[in-house]
Design a protein around this ligand. Structure first.
Ligand SMILES: Cc1cc2nc3c(=O)[nH]c(=O)nc-3n(C[C@H](O)[C@H](O)[C@H](O)COP(=O)(O)OP(=O)(O)OC[C@H]3O[C@@H](n4cnc5c(N)ncnc54)[C@H](O)[C@@H]3O)c2cc1C
Ligand code: FES
Length: 250
């Protein structure tokens, strides 16, 4: 996979999250697509795989990534003086239909791809409600960031309950009042959205299976899917990361 050096414009910390902006005038990302990213100065550290991150926002000139610092890779990407190597946008993103209102649902701290989706829905004139979980252990700075970044969104604080996904879905209400659900989040949240939407409304789920090659050759990111009534596997990096809920054989 070809990685391109890019000019980093800014890095902002919001609790454990970093909003990273870089100049990008290559192929425009579709909502739900991701890029593979690695720090430039660690190019000699082999093996050091690039990390997959969703396109968080894009205005035709500047790409935004929003990520939580989890381990070594994301800590290096958050580093103040680290140059960046990035791929073009990859994978299959969210399908956007026209017409009736839709709901965007973010679970855990995995809300990143919903921003670009919201922008495209707005451009397409599709009304949408946004519901975002704020886990009890998330820093206040992260919640503040969500409030300004996702203006008008319903923020749902969770913590302590046995099923936080259901707490968020309680705010969404009857899924039938929406033409589609779009979700990004924990496996528990994606499973809950799939069950709530089943037979009621189409649901589009953004998966985050761990990746290696990101070009379809290693099958490390495969998930069980239904194809012509048979259970088979779909690669998150090529057939996803967005899958229709009814296709996933969970
Ligand atoms: C298509 C796709 C898009 C993604 N987009 C985003 C994004 O926009 N923002 C964001 O914060 N993260 C995103 N992720 C997850 C991100 O890629 C991982 O958090 C990152 O690769 C961790 O790298 P690391 O070296 O910092 O952590 P590691 O040292 O590799 O791992 C640290 C911890 O994170 C866990 N972890 C690693 N990868 C994942 C994963 N894919 N899902 C869940 N847990 C993981 C590990 O199990 C471990 O507990 C995305 C993943 C995929 C597959
Ligand atoms: S990461 Fe190798 S096939 Fe998807």
């Amino acid at each position: 996979m070809k990685l391109h050096p890019v000019e980093v414009l800014s890095r902002e910390e919001h609790g454990r999250h970093v909003l990273l902006r870089y100049r990008w005038t290559g192929a425009a990302p579709e909502p739900g697509q991701f890029v593979m990213v690695r720090p430039e100065r660690h190019a000699d550290l082999d093996p050091f795989l690039p990390r997959p991150l969703f396109a968080h926002d894009y205005d035709g000139d500047t790409m935004n990534l929003l990520f939580e610092v989890r381990g070594r890779g994301t800590a290096l990407l958050a580093g103040e003086d680290a140059g960046l190597l990035v791929s073009t946008p990859l994978g299959r993103g969210f399908e956007i239909g026209g017409g009736a209102a839709v709901a965007l649902i973010g679970g855990g701290v995995w809300v990143s791809p919903l921003k670009l989706l919201s922008r495209h829905l707005q451009d397409a004139g599709v009304d949408h409600d946004v519901y975002l979980e704020v886990p009890g252990d998330a820093p206040e700075a992260y919640a503040d960031f969500l409030r300004t970044r996702y203006e008008g969104a319903t923020l749902v604080e969770t913590g302590g309950e046995s099923d936080p996904s259901q707490t968020v879905l309680d705010h969404v209400g009857d899924p039938a009042r929406y033409a589609a659900l779009y979700a990004s989040g924990t496996a528990a949240m994606l499973g809950a959205v799939k069950r709530a939407a089943d037979g009621v409304v189409p649901a589009h789920l953004a998966l985050r299976e761990r990746m290696a090659c990101a070009n379809g050759s290693c099958y490390g990111c495969a998930v069980p899917v239904w194809e012509a009534g048979e259970k088979t596997y779909g690669r998150t990096c090529v057939e996803g990361p967005v899958f229709e809920a009814e296709v996933l054989a969970w």
